[in-house]
Design a protein around this ligand. Structure first.
Ligand SMILES: [Zn+2]
Length: 184
């Protein structure tokens, strides 16, 4: 099975696992529908399960620099800001005096923040892409704007971001990249 497909299936597994954890923790509390304690515990358990599973699935695909690890750890508490906002919306703005629903919305907001945050933080940047391709022995021509690999194209226009270049501009980029990577 290709790595991408098995990763997609594992992502789906993490999602299902988090929902199961959520429900199990929630109903383990007596009268869970009445007090927010169950909702809070279920939310925290489910968020941690999701973040942990997500990190395990993508661990091998992410280049773990100190900066990335640091920002990923910061992302954990940062998710509480949108979570808090949605808690207030669900618990108080919607007039049913149900803070449990607010906690539920907050949990969804935290997970959404984590997804968006990791998608941005864990993405390979243009320089890393160039380095990786160089290690593979591929002398890539990368788009100077977005880092998309232009190898094999018949025109000097990036299909990813649409930027067009002259051949001398691309050549200058390659020379620059090589110098940056320690020369050839
Ligand atoms: Zn581009």
């Amino acid at each position: 099975m290709p790595a991408t497909i098995s990763r997609l299936l594992m992502c789906f597994g993490v999602l299902i696992g988090s929902v199961i954890v959520y429900l199990l923790v929630l109903i383990s509390f007596d009268h869970w529908w009445r007090y927010e304690t169950g909702w809070i515990n279920a939310g925290v358990a489910s968020c941690l399960t999701f973040a942990g599973g997500w990190s395990l699935v993508w661990r091998g695909a992410v280049r773990w620099t100190t900066r990335r690890i640091f920002l990923t750890l910061i992302l954990l508490p940062c998710g509480l800001i949108p979570a808090g906002a949605f808690f207030l919306i669900g618990g108080f703005v919607i007039p049913n005096n149900d803070t449990g629903f607010g906690v539920f919305l907050g949990t969804l907001a935290w997970i959404t923040t984590w997804l968006i945050g990791t998608a941005i933080l864990w993405r390979e940047n243009a320089k890393e892409r160039g380095e990786r391709l160089r290690q593979l022995g591929i002398h890539a021509v990368a788009c100077p704007d977005c880092g998309y690999n232009l190898t094999g194209l018949r025109e000097a226009r990036c299909p990813e971001c649409g930027a067009a270049y002259t051949l001398d501009q691309l050549y200058a980029t390659i020379t620059e990249q090589r110098a940056e990577l320690g020369g050839e």
